[in-house]
Write a protein that binds this ligand. Structure first.
Ligand SMILES: C[S@@+](CC[C@H](N)C(=O)[O-])C[C@H]1O[C@@H](n2cnc3c(N)ncnc32)[C@H](O)[C@@H]1O
Length: 218
């Protein structure tokens, strides 16, 4: 586990409550855009998880406010939400979700899963962290299992990484580590495992290229 991720998790540990309230405020700034984003994400999940069996086990890494885990549960899957910050864990448990305290870079997955979902979490990983996670998820998936994740695209940034506390939106009063990945880097990492890329696209931001979205199959 990198020092960068460790320090970022300390910020979430202290300030997850601010993230929870500020992200709600952020969505209110442009509710139409927020809705469109949610619809697009739900479509991605629904279409890629349609091949899973009924009640299949799905694990989410870094669930945050739990909205994604809640949606996956609504599709009938047996979801385990997870995070490291107690306030996030409480927020997901309060929505009736099975939630565990889980550091993806340190802890062993409790069991095998049909799918793993990891949304907006790679932003806090170094390259080494990212490679560890991709391999670890591969190992915990059942055969044909699916891994959906996204990472922020290096193309739209001037630096490989930075420490940021965004102004206004998602403001937390402390800087978090952000890493911006190139498609080439991620493709190379994926190639070192036996994952196959089932789907890939760029999405979000002003030019539809803020995020690199991957759907991998074991
Ligand atoms: C930007 S938030 C995204 C939350 C949620 N996935 C979403 O899309 O709304 C980043 C999340 O990654 C989690 N995270 C970062 N590093 C992690 C790690 N090593 N293990 C587990 N969770 C981690 C943080 O606790 C936080 O919940």
């Amino acid at each position: 586990m990198s020092k960068e991720n460790e320090k970022t998790l300390e910020v979430y540990k202290e300030k997850a409550h601010l993230y929870l309230s500020n992200s709600i405020e952020h969505d209110k700034l442009d509710p139409i855009k927020a809705n469109q984003k949610r619809e697009k994400l739900e479509k991605l999940i629904t279409s890629n998880f349609s091949s899973l069996s009924e009640h299949a086990k799905v694990f989410e890494i870094g669930s945050g406010d739990g909205a994604n885990a809640k949606f996956i549960q609504s599709l009938g899957f047996d979801v385990t939400a997870s995070d490291t910050a107690d306030d996030f864990i409480k927020a997901t448990q309060n929505q009736g979700l099975k939630t565990i305290k889980f550091n993806a870079l340190e802890d062993a997955f409790p069991e095998k899963y049909s799918a793993v979902f990891c949304w907006r979490v790679f932003v806090h990983f170094t390259k080494e962290d990212a490679l560890d996670i991709i391999q670890k998820v591969y190992d915990t998936l059942e055969d044909n299992g699916i891994f959906i994740f996204n990472a922020m695209n290096r193309e739209i940034k001037n630096v490989d990484n930075e420490w940021v506390d965004f102004e206004g939106e998602y403001h937390m009063g402390a800087e978090r580590y952000y890493h911006y990945f190139s498609q080439e880097d991620l493709d190379n990492m994926i190639q070192t495992t036996n994952f196959k890329i089932k789907d890939f696209y760029k999405d979000g931001g002003n030019n539809n290229n803020k995020w690199l979205v991957y759907v991998l199959r074991k």
